[in-house]
Ligand binder design. Structure first.
Ligand SMILES: Nc1ncnc2c1ncn2[C@@H]1O[C@H](COP(=O)(O)OP(=O)(O)O)[C@@H](O)[C@H]1O
Ligand SMILES: [Mg+2]
Length: 480
Protein backbone atom coordinates (compact mmCIF):
# COMPACT_ATOMS: atom_id res chain seq x y z
CA UNK A 1 0.00 0.00 0.00
CA UNK A 2 1.09 3.55 0.35
CA UNK A 3 3.87 5.18 2.25
CA UNK A 4 2.67 7.91 4.57
CA UNK A 5 5.55 10.31 5.06
CA UNK A 6 5.67 12.71 7.98
CA UNK A 7 5.86 15.87 5.91
CA UNK A 8 2.08 15.89 5.41
CA UNK A 9 -0.43 16.35 8.19
CA UNK A 10 -3.60 15.53 6.20
CA UNK A 11 -3.75 12.65 3.75
CA UNK A 12 -6.72 11.63 1.61
CA UNK A 13 -6.73 8.07 0.34
CA UNK A 14 -9.43 7.80 -2.27
CA UNK A 15 -10.39 5.09 -4.69
CA UNK A 16 -12.99 2.61 -5.84
CA UNK A 17 -14.45 0.09 -3.42
CA UNK A 18 -12.31 -2.98 -2.75
CA UNK A 19 -8.91 -1.52 -3.56
CA UNK A 20 -7.61 -2.11 -0.03
CA UNK A 21 -7.92 1.35 1.50
CA UNK A 22 -9.22 0.16 4.86
CA UNK A 23 -6.86 -2.80 4.92
CA UNK A 24 -3.84 -0.62 4.20
CA UNK A 25 -4.65 2.10 6.69
CA UNK A 26 -5.52 -0.39 9.44
CA UNK A 27 -2.08 -1.90 8.98
CA UNK A 28 -0.38 1.45 9.00
CA UNK A 29 -2.16 2.62 12.15
CA UNK A 30 -1.11 -0.59 13.88
CA UNK A 31 2.52 -0.02 12.88
CA UNK A 32 2.38 3.51 14.26
CA UNK A 33 0.89 2.42 17.59
CA UNK A 34 3.43 -0.39 17.93
CA UNK A 35 6.36 1.80 16.99
CA UNK A 36 5.42 4.55 19.44
CA UNK A 37 4.03 2.82 22.54
CA UNK A 38 1.81 5.07 24.63
CA UNK A 39 0.29 6.91 21.68
CA UNK A 40 -3.43 7.31 21.14
CA UNK A 41 -5.38 7.18 17.84
CA UNK A 42 -8.89 8.15 17.00
CA UNK A 43 -10.81 6.05 14.48
CA UNK A 44 -13.98 7.85 13.47
CA UNK A 45 -16.86 7.68 11.05
CA UNK A 46 -20.19 9.46 10.72
CA UNK A 47 -21.78 6.89 13.03
CA UNK A 48 -20.13 4.60 15.55
CA UNK A 49 -22.26 1.75 14.27
CA UNK A 50 -20.76 1.97 10.79
CA UNK A 51 -17.25 1.51 12.19
CA UNK A 52 -18.17 -1.96 13.41
CA UNK A 53 -18.22 -3.50 9.96
CA UNK A 54 -15.44 -1.53 8.35
CA UNK A 55 -12.47 -0.35 10.41
CA UNK A 56 -12.95 -2.89 13.18
CA UNK A 57 -13.12 -5.79 10.75
CA UNK A 58 -9.98 -4.58 9.00
CA UNK A 59 -8.14 -4.36 12.34
CA UNK A 60 -9.41 -7.50 14.01
CA UNK A 61 -9.41 -9.81 11.00
CA UNK A 62 -6.79 -8.45 8.60
CA UNK A 63 -4.23 -7.01 11.01
CA UNK A 64 -4.41 -8.72 14.40
CA UNK A 65 -6.25 -12.04 14.23
CA UNK A 66 -8.28 -13.39 17.14
CA UNK A 67 -5.34 -14.01 19.50
CA UNK A 68 -3.86 -10.52 19.49
CA UNK A 69 -3.92 -8.87 22.96
CA UNK A 70 -5.93 -5.93 21.61
CA UNK A 71 -8.74 -8.37 20.88
CA UNK A 72 -8.36 -10.65 23.90
CA UNK A 73 -7.70 -7.98 26.55
CA UNK A 74 -11.35 -7.02 26.78
CA UNK A 75 -14.38 -9.23 27.03
CA UNK A 76 -16.48 -6.79 25.03
CA UNK A 77 -17.63 -8.11 21.66
CA UNK A 78 -16.93 -6.15 18.53
CA UNK A 79 -20.34 -4.52 18.67
CA UNK A 80 -19.81 -3.13 22.15
CA UNK A 81 -16.24 -1.94 22.08
CA UNK A 82 -15.40 1.68 22.65
CA UNK A 83 -11.78 1.11 21.70
CA UNK A 84 -8.68 -1.10 21.98
CA UNK A 85 -5.80 -1.10 24.45
CA UNK A 86 -2.33 -2.42 23.55
CA UNK A 87 -0.08 -4.13 26.11
CA UNK A 88 2.54 -2.09 28.00
CA UNK A 89 5.63 -1.65 25.79
CA UNK A 90 8.81 0.37 25.30
CA UNK A 91 10.56 1.22 22.06
CA UNK A 92 13.45 3.47 21.10
CA UNK A 93 13.16 5.40 17.83
CA UNK A 94 15.86 7.85 16.75
CA UNK A 95 17.31 7.94 20.25
CA UNK A 96 13.96 8.77 21.89
CA UNK A 97 12.29 6.27 24.22
CA UNK A 98 8.55 5.76 23.87
CA UNK A 99 6.73 3.73 26.46
CA UNK A 100 3.23 3.03 27.76
CA UNK A 101 0.07 1.42 26.46
CA UNK A 102 -1.03 2.51 23.03
CA UNK A 103 -4.73 3.05 22.58
CA UNK A 104 -7.39 3.29 19.87
CA UNK A 105 -10.56 5.26 20.57
CA UNK A 106 -13.56 4.42 18.35
CA UNK A 107 -16.06 7.23 17.87
CA UNK A 108 -18.95 8.28 15.69
CA UNK A 109 -19.71 11.87 14.86
CA UNK A 110 -23.27 11.09 15.91
CA UNK A 111 -21.94 11.36 19.45
CA UNK A 112 -18.90 13.63 19.30
CA UNK A 113 -18.29 13.80 23.05
CA UNK A 114 -15.60 11.13 22.90
CA UNK A 115 -13.78 13.11 20.25
CA UNK A 116 -14.04 16.48 21.94
CA UNK A 117 -12.96 15.30 25.36
CA UNK A 118 -9.62 13.79 24.35
CA UNK A 119 -6.42 14.60 22.49
CA UNK A 120 -4.91 12.25 19.94
CA UNK A 121 -1.60 11.53 18.25
CA UNK A 122 -3.35 10.62 15.02
CA UNK A 123 -6.76 10.05 13.48
CA UNK A 124 -8.26 7.89 10.77
CA UNK A 125 -11.64 8.87 9.36
CA UNK A 126 -13.29 6.18 7.25
CA UNK A 127 -15.67 7.06 4.40
CA UNK A 128 -14.86 10.75 4.60
CA UNK A 129 -17.60 11.79 2.16
CA UNK A 130 -20.12 11.16 4.94
CA UNK A 131 -18.76 13.85 7.21
CA UNK A 132 -18.85 17.62 6.88
CA UNK A 133 -15.86 19.87 6.45
CA UNK A 134 -16.55 21.29 9.88
CA UNK A 135 -16.47 17.82 11.44
CA UNK A 136 -13.13 17.16 9.77
CA UNK A 137 -11.71 20.39 11.08
CA UNK A 138 -12.98 19.60 14.56
CA UNK A 139 -11.22 16.25 14.45
CA UNK A 140 -8.06 17.93 13.17
CA UNK A 141 -8.13 20.30 16.13
CA UNK A 142 -8.15 17.32 18.53
CA UNK A 143 -5.05 15.73 16.97
CA UNK A 144 -2.56 17.69 19.03
CA UNK A 145 -1.15 15.28 21.57
CA UNK A 146 2.63 15.63 21.67
CA UNK A 147 3.50 12.02 22.48
CA UNK A 148 4.59 10.72 19.07
CA UNK A 149 6.95 12.62 16.71
CA UNK A 150 4.21 13.61 14.23
CA UNK A 151 0.45 13.78 14.09
CA UNK A 152 -1.06 12.23 10.97
CA UNK A 153 -4.68 12.68 9.91
CA UNK A 154 -5.81 10.10 7.39
CA UNK A 155 -9.14 9.99 5.62
CA UNK A 156 -10.19 7.10 3.40
CA UNK A 157 -13.13 7.36 1.04
CA UNK A 158 -14.98 6.32 -2.08
CA UNK A 159 -15.46 9.32 -4.36
CA UNK A 160 -18.69 11.31 -4.35
CA UNK A 161 -19.88 14.27 -6.42
CA UNK A 162 -17.24 16.47 -7.99
CA UNK A 163 -17.81 19.53 -5.83
CA UNK A 164 -17.66 17.66 -2.54
CA UNK A 165 -15.45 19.51 -0.03
CA UNK A 166 -13.20 16.48 0.27
CA UNK A 167 -12.44 16.55 -3.45
CA UNK A 168 -11.65 20.25 -3.21
CA UNK A 169 -9.48 20.28 -0.12
CA UNK A 170 -6.33 18.85 -1.81
CA UNK A 171 -6.49 21.86 -4.16
CA UNK A 172 -6.89 24.42 -1.40
CA UNK A 173 -3.77 26.21 -0.24
CA UNK A 174 -3.19 26.47 3.52
CA UNK A 175 -1.52 29.27 5.51
CA UNK A 176 1.90 27.70 4.94
CA UNK A 177 1.49 28.07 1.16
CA UNK A 178 1.04 24.32 0.60
CA UNK A 179 -2.08 22.30 -0.22
CA UNK A 180 -4.12 21.55 2.88
CA UNK A 181 -4.29 17.86 2.08
CA UNK A 182 -2.31 15.33 0.12
CA UNK A 183 -4.26 13.08 -2.25
CA UNK A 184 -3.30 9.44 -2.78
CA UNK A 185 -5.23 7.28 -5.21
CA UNK A 186 -5.80 3.64 -4.46
CA UNK A 187 -6.28 1.24 -7.38
CA UNK A 188 -7.63 -2.26 -7.77
CA UNK A 189 -4.22 -3.59 -8.79
CA UNK A 190 -3.01 -2.78 -5.28
CA UNK A 191 -5.26 -5.40 -3.75
CA UNK A 192 -3.56 -8.82 -4.12
CA UNK A 193 -6.66 -10.84 -3.33
CA UNK A 194 -8.71 -9.24 -6.12
CA UNK A 195 -6.15 -8.43 -8.79
CA UNK A 196 -3.53 -10.56 -10.50
CA UNK A 197 -0.62 -8.17 -10.88
CA UNK A 198 1.39 -10.49 -13.10
CA UNK A 199 -1.35 -11.16 -15.63
CA UNK A 200 -2.89 -7.71 -15.11
CA UNK A 201 -6.44 -8.96 -14.69
CA UNK A 202 -9.04 -9.75 -12.01
CA UNK A 203 -8.61 -12.88 -9.89
CA UNK A 204 -11.74 -15.03 -9.40
CA UNK A 205 -12.37 -13.42 -5.99
CA UNK A 206 -12.13 -10.00 -7.54
CA UNK A 207 -14.61 -10.94 -10.23
CA UNK A 208 -17.02 -12.26 -7.60
CA UNK A 209 -16.68 -9.04 -5.67
CA UNK A 210 -17.39 -6.93 -8.72
CA UNK A 211 -20.39 -9.04 -9.62
CA UNK A 212 -21.89 -9.33 -6.14
CA UNK A 213 -21.08 -5.94 -4.71
CA UNK A 214 -20.67 -3.53 -7.53
CA UNK A 215 -22.70 -5.21 -10.27
CA UNK A 216 -25.95 -3.48 -9.36
CA UNK A 217 -24.62 0.02 -9.72
CA UNK A 218 -25.32 2.05 -12.82
CA UNK A 219 -24.48 5.51 -14.09
CA UNK A 220 -22.86 7.92 -11.71
CA UNK A 221 -22.57 5.41 -8.85
CA UNK A 222 -20.75 2.99 -11.12
CA UNK A 223 -18.26 5.64 -12.16
CA UNK A 224 -17.61 6.46 -8.52
CA UNK A 225 -17.38 2.97 -7.07
CA UNK A 226 -15.85 1.05 -9.92
CA UNK A 227 -13.73 3.67 -11.62
CA UNK A 228 -13.13 5.82 -8.56
CA UNK A 229 -14.07 9.12 -10.18
CA UNK A 230 -15.52 12.18 -8.49
CA UNK A 231 -18.49 12.78 -10.77
CA UNK A 232 -21.68 14.74 -10.31
CA UNK A 233 -24.99 13.64 -11.70
CA UNK A 234 -25.74 15.60 -14.87
CA UNK A 235 -28.76 17.86 -14.83
CA UNK A 236 -29.35 18.03 -11.08
CA UNK A 237 -32.63 19.68 -10.18
CA UNK A 238 -31.57 21.28 -6.91
CA UNK A 239 -28.15 22.01 -8.32
CA UNK A 240 -27.37 24.61 -5.65
CA UNK A 241 -27.35 21.92 -2.96
CA UNK A 242 -23.90 21.57 -1.51
CA UNK A 243 -23.06 19.39 1.48
CA UNK A 244 -20.59 21.96 2.59
CA UNK A 245 -23.14 24.76 2.72
CA UNK A 246 -26.44 23.11 3.52
CA UNK A 247 -25.47 20.39 5.99
CA UNK A 248 -25.00 21.59 9.56
CA UNK A 249 -24.27 19.90 12.88
CA UNK A 250 -27.39 19.97 15.08
CA UNK A 251 -25.53 22.10 17.58
CA UNK A 252 -25.29 24.97 15.08
CA UNK A 253 -28.99 25.25 14.42
CA UNK A 254 -30.30 28.52 15.91
CA UNK A 255 -33.11 28.62 18.46
CA UNK A 256 -36.24 27.75 16.46
CA UNK A 257 -39.56 29.59 16.53
CA UNK A 258 -41.73 26.70 15.48
CA UNK A 259 -41.63 23.31 13.78
CA UNK A 260 -43.46 21.55 10.96
CA UNK A 261 -43.40 18.11 9.34
CA UNK A 262 -43.91 16.73 5.83
CA UNK A 263 -44.97 13.26 4.70
CA UNK A 264 -44.77 11.48 1.39
CA UNK A 265 -46.63 8.17 1.47
CA UNK A 266 -45.16 5.01 0.04
CA UNK A 267 -45.28 1.30 0.51
CA UNK A 268 -43.02 -0.39 -1.97
CA UNK A 269 -41.24 2.93 -2.20
CA UNK A 270 -40.23 4.46 1.11
CA UNK A 271 -42.61 6.49 3.22
CA UNK A 272 -40.74 9.65 4.15
CA UNK A 273 -41.34 11.92 7.12
CA UNK A 274 -39.12 14.98 7.36
CA UNK A 275 -39.26 17.19 10.44
CA UNK A 276 -38.20 20.84 10.22
CA UNK A 277 -37.60 23.66 12.64
CA UNK A 278 -38.04 27.27 11.51
CA UNK A 279 -35.95 30.10 12.96
CA UNK A 280 -37.00 33.71 13.41
CA UNK A 281 -35.75 34.62 9.95
CA UNK A 282 -37.86 31.86 8.38
CA UNK A 283 -34.85 29.71 7.59
CA UNK A 284 -35.71 26.02 7.80
CA UNK A 285 -33.67 23.10 9.10
CA UNK A 286 -34.50 19.42 8.65
CA UNK A 287 -33.67 17.90 12.05
CA UNK A 288 -35.36 14.48 12.07
CA UNK A 289 -36.33 11.95 9.41
CA UNK A 290 -38.08 8.65 9.04
CA UNK A 291 -37.52 6.89 5.72
CA UNK A 292 -38.59 3.31 5.21
CA UNK A 293 -40.22 0.93 2.75
CA UNK A 294 -43.06 -1.39 3.73
CA UNK A 295 -44.12 0.38 6.92
CA UNK A 296 -47.59 0.74 8.41
CA UNK A 297 -49.47 3.90 9.30
CA UNK A 298 -48.94 2.97 12.96
CA UNK A 299 -45.24 3.16 12.35
CA UNK A 300 -45.44 6.61 10.82
CA UNK A 301 -47.71 7.84 13.64
CA UNK A 302 -45.11 6.51 16.09
CA UNK A 303 -42.36 8.37 14.25
CA UNK A 304 -44.36 11.61 14.42
CA UNK A 305 -44.64 11.16 18.17
CA UNK A 306 -40.98 10.34 18.46
CA UNK A 307 -40.01 13.44 16.53
CA UNK A 308 -42.24 15.54 18.79
CA UNK A 309 -40.62 13.98 21.88
CA UNK A 310 -37.27 14.98 20.48
CA UNK A 311 -38.34 18.54 19.68
CA UNK A 312 -39.90 18.93 23.13
CA UNK A 313 -36.79 17.74 24.87
CA UNK A 314 -34.39 19.80 22.81
CA UNK A 315 -36.31 23.00 22.15
CA UNK A 316 -39.52 22.76 24.17
CA UNK A 317 -41.74 22.74 21.10
CA UNK A 318 -43.62 20.32 18.84
CA UNK A 319 -44.47 20.29 15.16
CA UNK A 320 -47.37 22.74 14.83
CA UNK A 321 -48.81 20.52 12.11
CA UNK A 322 -47.73 18.07 9.41
CA UNK A 323 -48.40 18.42 5.67
CA UNK A 324 -48.86 15.24 3.70
CA UNK A 325 -49.33 14.19 0.11
CA UNK A 326 -53.01 14.87 -0.61
CA UNK A 327 -53.28 11.89 -2.97
CA UNK A 328 -53.92 9.59 0.03
CA UNK A 329 -56.73 11.17 2.09
CA UNK A 330 -57.41 7.87 3.88
CA UNK A 331 -53.85 7.71 5.17
CA UNK A 332 -54.20 11.24 6.50
CA UNK A 333 -57.46 10.36 8.25
CA UNK A 334 -56.02 7.20 9.79
CA UNK A 335 -52.84 8.81 11.07
CA UNK A 336 -54.91 11.64 12.59
CA UNK A 337 -57.09 9.08 14.32
CA UNK A 338 -54.02 7.32 15.68
CA UNK A 339 -52.43 10.54 16.91
CA UNK A 340 -55.55 12.06 18.50
CA UNK A 341 -54.06 15.52 18.36
CA UNK A 342 -56.26 18.60 18.82
CA UNK A 343 -57.33 20.35 15.64
CA UNK A 344 -55.14 23.15 14.41
CA UNK A 345 -56.71 26.11 12.58
CA UNK A 346 -59.82 24.01 12.11
CA UNK A 347 -57.99 21.22 10.24
CA UNK A 348 -56.45 17.90 11.25
CA UNK A 349 -52.96 17.73 12.71
CA UNK A 350 -51.88 15.93 9.57
CA UNK A 351 -53.37 17.82 6.62
CA UNK A 352 -53.18 17.62 2.84
CA UNK A 353 -50.87 19.85 0.85
CA UNK A 354 -52.57 23.00 -0.31
CA UNK A 355 -51.63 22.96 -3.95
CA UNK A 356 -50.72 20.38 -6.48
CA UNK A 357 -48.29 22.38 -8.59
CA UNK A 358 -45.18 20.37 -7.86
CA UNK A 359 -42.95 22.37 -10.16
CA UNK A 360 -43.77 25.61 -8.32
CA UNK A 361 -42.80 23.90 -5.06
CA UNK A 362 -39.58 22.67 -6.62
CA UNK A 363 -38.58 26.19 -7.61
CA UNK A 364 -39.61 27.65 -4.29
CA UNK A 365 -37.21 25.33 -2.47
CA UNK A 366 -34.50 25.84 -5.10
CA UNK A 367 -34.67 29.56 -4.44
CA UNK A 368 -34.45 29.03 -0.69
CA UNK A 369 -31.29 26.95 -1.12
CA UNK A 370 -29.42 29.57 -3.04
CA UNK A 371 -26.94 31.89 -1.43
CA UNK A 372 -26.54 34.08 -4.50
CA UNK A 373 -29.93 35.74 -4.22
CA UNK A 374 -30.44 39.02 -2.43
CA UNK A 375 -33.75 37.70 -1.22
CA UNK A 376 -31.93 35.37 1.14
CA UNK A 377 -29.53 37.98 2.45
CA UNK A 378 -26.63 36.06 0.91
CA UNK A 379 -27.37 33.01 3.03
CA UNK A 380 -29.53 30.00 2.14
CA UNK A 381 -32.81 29.51 3.97
CA UNK A 382 -32.74 25.73 3.72
CA UNK A 383 -30.57 23.30 5.70
CA UNK A 384 -30.29 19.65 6.75
CA UNK A 385 -28.79 18.54 10.05
CA UNK A 386 -25.95 16.07 9.60
CA UNK A 387 -27.63 13.25 11.51
CA UNK A 388 -31.39 13.04 11.11
CA UNK A 389 -32.56 9.42 10.80
CA UNK A 390 -34.62 8.25 13.77
CA UNK A 391 -34.08 4.56 12.99
CA UNK A 392 -31.44 2.37 11.30
CA UNK A 393 -31.22 3.03 7.54
CA UNK A 394 -33.72 0.90 5.58
CA UNK A 395 -31.76 -2.28 4.71
CA UNK A 396 -33.77 -2.75 1.50
CA UNK A 397 -32.71 0.65 0.24
CA UNK A 398 -29.11 0.06 1.31
CA UNK A 399 -29.00 -3.28 -0.50
CA UNK A 400 -30.44 -1.72 -3.66
CA UNK A 401 -27.89 1.11 -3.54
CA UNK A 402 -30.69 3.64 -3.28
CA UNK A 403 -30.85 6.69 -0.99
CA UNK A 404 -31.76 6.26 2.66
CA UNK A 405 -32.49 9.89 3.57
CA UNK A 406 -33.05 13.38 2.21
CA UNK A 407 -29.38 14.25 2.08
CA UNK A 408 -28.71 11.28 -0.20
CA UNK A 409 -31.71 11.90 -2.44
CA UNK A 410 -30.96 15.51 -3.33
CA UNK A 411 -27.65 15.15 -5.23
CA UNK A 412 -29.03 12.25 -7.29
CA UNK A 413 -32.30 13.94 -8.23
CA UNK A 414 -32.11 14.91 -11.91
CA UNK A 415 -34.18 16.20 -14.81
CA UNK A 416 -35.41 13.68 -17.32
CA UNK A 417 -33.12 13.45 -20.29
CA UNK A 418 -33.85 13.31 -24.01
CA UNK A 419 -32.61 10.36 -26.07
CA UNK A 420 -29.36 12.17 -26.77
CA UNK A 421 -28.84 12.92 -23.10
CA UNK A 422 -29.90 16.56 -22.82
CA UNK A 423 -31.89 17.40 -19.68
CA UNK A 424 -35.54 18.42 -20.17
CA UNK A 425 -35.86 21.22 -17.66
CA UNK A 426 -39.45 20.84 -16.66
CA UNK A 427 -39.76 17.12 -16.10
CA UNK A 428 -38.28 15.21 -13.20
CA UNK A 429 -36.65 11.89 -13.99
CA UNK A 430 -39.35 9.54 -12.68
CA UNK A 431 -36.83 6.82 -11.83
CA UNK A 432 -35.16 8.98 -9.16
CA UNK A 433 -36.00 8.50 -5.50
CA UNK A 434 -37.66 11.75 -4.45
CA UNK A 435 -39.68 10.76 -1.39
CA UNK A 436 -38.04 12.84 1.31
CA UNK A 437 -37.68 15.47 -1.40
CA UNK A 438 -41.44 15.51 -1.94
CA UNK A 439 -42.07 15.89 1.78
CA UNK A 440 -39.53 18.73 1.80
CA UNK A 441 -41.38 20.41 -1.06
CA UNK A 442 -44.67 20.34 0.85
CA UNK A 443 -42.97 21.88 3.85
CA UNK A 444 -41.17 24.48 1.73
CA UNK A 445 -44.50 25.45 0.21
CA UNK A 446 -46.02 25.99 3.66
CA UNK A 447 -43.15 28.00 5.11
CA UNK A 448 -41.85 30.02 2.19
CA UNK A 449 -45.17 30.62 0.51
CA UNK A 450 -46.42 32.28 3.69
CA UNK A 451 -43.73 34.89 3.30
CA UNK A 452 -44.74 35.74 -0.21
CA UNK A 453 -48.47 35.89 0.42
CA UNK A 454 -48.19 39.41 1.86
CA UNK A 455 -49.93 40.73 4.94
CA UNK A 456 -53.11 38.96 6.00
CA UNK A 457 -56.45 40.80 5.70
CA UNK A 458 -56.75 43.27 8.60
CA UNK A 459 -58.48 41.95 11.69
CA UNK A 460 -61.93 43.54 11.99
CA UNK A 461 -62.62 42.46 15.57
CA UNK A 462 -60.86 43.52 18.74
CA UNK A 463 -58.58 40.91 20.29
CA UNK A 464 -60.47 38.59 22.62
CA UNK A 465 -63.90 39.68 21.30
CA UNK A 466 -66.49 37.16 20.14
CA UNK A 467 -65.74 38.13 16.57
CA UNK A 468 -62.06 37.38 16.90
CA UNK A 469 -62.75 34.07 18.57
CA UNK A 470 -65.58 32.87 16.37
CA UNK A 471 -64.83 34.49 13.03
CA UNK A 472 -67.16 36.06 10.45
CA UNK A 473 -69.45 33.11 9.75
CA UNK A 474 -70.42 32.63 13.36
CA UNK A 475 -71.02 36.34 13.89
CA UNK A 476 -73.61 36.39 11.08
CA UNK A 477 -75.64 33.79 12.98
CA UNK A 478 -75.53 35.77 16.18
CA UNK A 479 -76.50 39.02 14.50
CA UNK A 480 -80.17 38.00 14.33
N1 LIG B 1 -2.73 -6.13 0.74
C1 LIG B 1 -3.74 -6.97 1.01
N2 LIG B 1 -3.51 -8.25 1.36
C2 LIG B 1 -4.52 -9.08 1.63
N3 LIG B 1 -5.82 -8.77 1.56
C3 LIG B 1 -6.13 -7.50 1.22
C4 LIG B 1 -5.11 -6.55 0.91
N4 LIG B 1 -5.73 -5.38 0.58
C5 LIG B 1 -7.06 -5.61 0.71
N5 LIG B 1 -7.31 -6.89 1.07
C6 LIG B 1 -8.63 -7.48 1.27
O1 LIG B 1 -9.50 -7.04 0.21
C7 LIG B 1 -10.80 -6.71 0.67
C8 LIG B 1 -11.12 -5.28 0.33
O2 LIG B 1 -10.24 -4.43 1.00
P1 LIG B 1 -10.70 -3.12 1.77
O3 LIG B 1 -9.55 -2.60 2.54
O4 LIG B 1 -11.96 -3.35 2.51
O5 LIG B 1 -11.00 -2.17 0.51
P2 LIG B 1 -11.58 -0.70 0.47
O6 LIG B 1 -11.49 -0.14 1.85
O7 LIG B 1 -10.72 0.01 -0.52
O8 LIG B 1 -13.00 -0.83 -0.03
C9 LIG B 1 -10.80 -6.97 2.16
O9 LIG B 1 -11.39 -8.22 2.39
C10 LIG B 1 -9.32 -6.96 2.53
O10 LIG B 1 -9.11 -7.83 3.63
MG1 LIG C 1 -13.10 0.49 3.08
Amino acid sequence: MVRLGREWKETLIEGPAGTGKSHGVANWVNVFLTMFPGSRWLIARQTLKSIRNSCQVALEEDVWGPLHPCVTSSRATRLHRQGYLYPEATNVVGGVTYSGRSEIVLAGLDNPYRILSTQFDGAWVEEGIEITRRAWETIASRVRRPHAPWRPLIVTTNPDQRYHWLNQRPQEIGKNGRPKMRRLKSKHWENPIFWDLERNCWKPMGLDYIRDNLGNYTGVERQRLLDGEWVSAEGRIWAAFDDDVHVLPLSEIPEPKWAIGGIDWGFRNPTALTVWVVDKEDRIYCVREAYHTGVSLDWIAGMIQRANDYLRERWKLEMTYVVADSAEPRNIETVNALLRKPLYEGGGYVRPTRRKDQMAQTFLVDRAMRADLELNGGRPSWYIADDTLMHPADPKMVAAHRPTCLRQEVPAWVWRKTEDGRPIKDEEDPTCDAHAIDSAKYVGDEVFERDLSGPKAPQTFGPGSFGAVLGDDEIDLHDD
